[in-house]
Design a protein around this ligand. Structure first.
Ligand SMILES: *Cc1c(COP(=O)(O)O)cnc(C)c1O
Length: 482
C-alpha cells in the first residue's frame, strides 16, 4: 500500500482546478440557472467526492488521465445539480391512480383558481373595500360565498381542517369537557391524533360508548355542568363494519343540550354532492348544516377540490366566537389561498364542478376514454426488446384519507421488462427512477415487477408531456442496448 502513495498523490494533484471547471462549457447552464456561488459549492462537492473515491479505490495499473478526471468532476456536478433541482418544489405527473394524493399536493386546482391566484400574486385588495376605500375583513366575500353555498349562516377559513378542529375546540370549550364517541378517536395522519389535539387545545376529552357502538343516550348521559361541546368526527381513513352503530348528526342535534354547548361536526372531506352513483358514501356538508350542526368543519383540498385550507361553516354566533379567538390570527390563510378558494367556490355555486374541477373530471372519466388515451400513447412508443408497454385495467382511489376501501375502475399503462432480461426487478425500479428523475417527473407505482402508470389521475393537459417522457424513455440508448 505504502508503495502506491506517490502514485495516488500524483493523481490527486491532477484533479481539475476550480477555475478550470467553472469555465467548463458543459456546466455553463448550471452557472446561468443558479449563479456563481451555488455553482462553486456544487463543483467543490464534486471535486471532494472524486478525491475521496480516488483515495478509496485500490490503485490499479490503469491511471486516470486529467481529461478523465475532469469528465468525472463534471458528471458529479451535473448529478448533484439534478438532485438539488428535484428537491425543489415543482410539477409532477400523478400516475399513481390516487386522485387526492397528500404527497402530491391533494386536489389539482381549476384553471380559474390558478388564474385568480396569479391575479392576486402582486398587491391585491385582501383587506380593502374598494367601494368605500376602508379596511375590510380579510376574505369577507369568500366567507359570504361559502355560507351561500352550504346554506350556513356564516363561514371562516383557516389553514387546514386540523387547524379548524383545534380552533373550534379551543374557542368554544376551553377547560371544559367535549364529548366524543370512542369509535371516533382517530389518528388523521402525520401523527395528528384526536386526544393530543384536545390536550393542545386545552379541552378535556370525555369519551363515550365503545369502539364499535355508541348511542345517542351515551352522549345524553355524559352531559353535565362541565360539558363544553359535542364533537362528531368522520372516520375518514378507515371503515368499520359488522356490529356497529353511531348516531348521525341529526340525532346529535336533537339531544337536549344547553344553547351554550355547540354540536361540532368534523366531516373531513368536504363533499357537497351525492356521490352514490360512483359507489361512494361520504358525509355531506349540506346535510350537516341542514341538520342544524352549530359548526361544520372540512378540508378545502379534498372533495371540495380547492386549495389547502380548513373551512368552518355554521351558526353566526359560534363563527363569531371563533373569529374573535387569538388563535384565529395565527391560523389565517394567505391571499393566494383565498383567491383559489373564491374561484373554486364560484364553480360549485355555478353548478359546474363536474366540468371545471379537475378532480371531478377525473372522478367521472369513463374507463373507455382512459383506455383510448392509453392506447394512443402506447402506439407512439418505439419498439424495444428491453421494455414492453400495454394498457391494462387498474384500480384508482380517491385517496387523501377519504373513502377507504372503495376504488374506481381505471386503466393504466403497464411497463414490463421481459422475463428473459436479467434482473427484471431492479430494472423496473430503475425505470421508475428514470421517470421520476426527468422533467416533468412522472410518479407511478410498482406492482409485481411491473410499473403501472394509472391514467385516471393524469391531468388531460399533461398527456402530451407524459407521452414525450415515455417516447424518450423507449428511445433511450441504454434501453436499446446501444
Ligand atoms: C382529512 C381530515 C382532517 C384533516 O384535514 P387537513 O385539511 O388535512 O388538516 C380532519 N378531520 C377529518 C375527518 C379528515 O378527514
Amino acid at each position: 500500500m505504502g508503495a502506491d502513495r506517490p502514485q495516488i498523490n500524483s493523481l490527486l494533484r491532477q484533479l481539475p482546478a476550480m477555475t478550470h471547471l467553472m469555465a467548463e462549457p458543459r456546466l455553463q447552464h448550471v452557472l446561468e440557472a443558479i449563479g456563481h456561488q451555488p455553482t462553486k459549492q456544487l463543483i467543490q462537492r464534486a471535486i471532494d467526492e472524486t478525491r475521496e473515491s480516488l483515495l478509496k479505490q485500490p490503485t490499479s495499473d490503469e491511471q486516470c488521465t486529467p481529461p478523465e478526471l475532469t469528465q468525472e468532476c463534471v458528471r458529479r456536478t451535473l448529478e448533484l445539480y439534478q438532485t438539488q433541482q428535484l428537491s425543489g418544489l415543482g410539477q409532477v405527473i400523478n400516475a399513481t391512480g390516487i386522485l387526492l394524493h397528500t404527497n402530491l399536493g391533494r386536489a389539482p386546482l381549476a384553471e380559474a383558481a390558478i388564474e385568480r391566484m396569479r391575479q392576486v400574486a402582486g398587491y391585491a385588495n385582501v383587506e380593502l373595500d374598494l367601494a368605500s376605500g376602508r379596511r375590510s375583513k380579510r376574505g369577507h366575500r369568500i366567507c359570504e360565498l361559502l355560507a351561500e353555498l352550504t346554506g350556513a349562516e356564516a363561514a371562516i377559513v383557516v389553514n387546514n381542517c386540523a387547524a379548524a378542529t383545534m380552533l373550534a375546540l379551543a374557542a368554544t370549550a376551553q377547560q371544559r369537557e367535549v364529548i366524543v364517541s370512542r369509535g371516533q378517536l382517530v389518528e388523521i395522519g402525520g401523527g395528528f391524533r384526536l386526544p393530543d389535539v384536545f390536550r393542545a387545545a386545552g379541552v378535556l376529552l370525555h369519551e363515550v360508548g365503545t369502539t364499535n357502538r355508541t348511542y345517542a343516550r351515551d352522549y345524553e348521559n355524559a352531559l353535565s355542568d362541565a360539558t363544553g361541546g359535542i364533537l362528531r368526527v368522520h372516520r375518514s381513513n378507515f371503515a368499520q363494519s359488522g356490529f356497529v352503530c353511531e348516531p348521525d348528526i341529526a340525532e346529535l342535534v336533537q339531544l337536549k343540550v344547553a344553547p351554550n354547548i355547540p354540536i361540532i361536526d368534523d366531516v373531513g372531506s368536504g363533499c357537497l354532492y351525492d356521490l352514490g352513483s360512483l359507489g361512494f358514501d361520504e358525509p355531506n356538508v349540506l346535510v350537516s348544516v341542514r341538520a342544524g350542526a352549530d359548526l361544520v368543519l372540512f378540508s378545502g383540498d379534498k372533495l371540495f377540490g380547492g386549495p389547502q385550507c380548513g373551512i368552518i361553516v355554521g351558526k353566526q354566533p359560534w363563527i363569531e366566537v371563533l373569529s374573535q379567538h387569538p388563535m384565529m390570527r395565527a391560523m389565517r390563510v394567505d391571499k393566494a389561498t383565498l383567491a383559489a378558494l373564491e374561484a373554486t367556490t364560484e364553480i360549485h355555486l355555478a353548478g359546474t364542478a363536474d366540468d371545471k374541477l379537475p378532480l371531478y373530471r377525473a372522478l367521472r372519466a369513463s374507463s373507455k376514454s382512459l383506455a383510448g388515451t392509453g392506447q394512443t400513447i402506447v402506439a407512439k412508443l418505439p419498439a424495444t426488446q428491453n421494455l414492453s408497454a400495454r394498457v391494462v385495467p387498474s384500480h384508482a382511489q380517491v385517496g387523501g384519507g377519504t373513502l377507504p376501501g372503495t376504488s374506481l375502475e381505471s386503466q393504466a399503462i403497464e411497463l414490463r421488462i421481459p422475463d428473459a432480461a436479467v434482473d427484471a426487478q431492479n430494472g423496473i425500479q430503475e425505470i421508475a427512477r428514470i421517470l421520476r428523475g426527468g422533467s416533468p417527473p412522472v410518479q407511478g407505482y410498482i406492482k409485481e415487477n411491473r410499473l403501472l402508470l394509472d391514467l385516471r389521475s393524469v391531468l388531460p393537459a399533461e398527456v402530451p408531456m407524459l407521452t414525450d417522457r415515455l417516447v424518450a424513455l423507449f428511445a433511450s440508448k441504454s434501453l436499446r442496448g446501444e
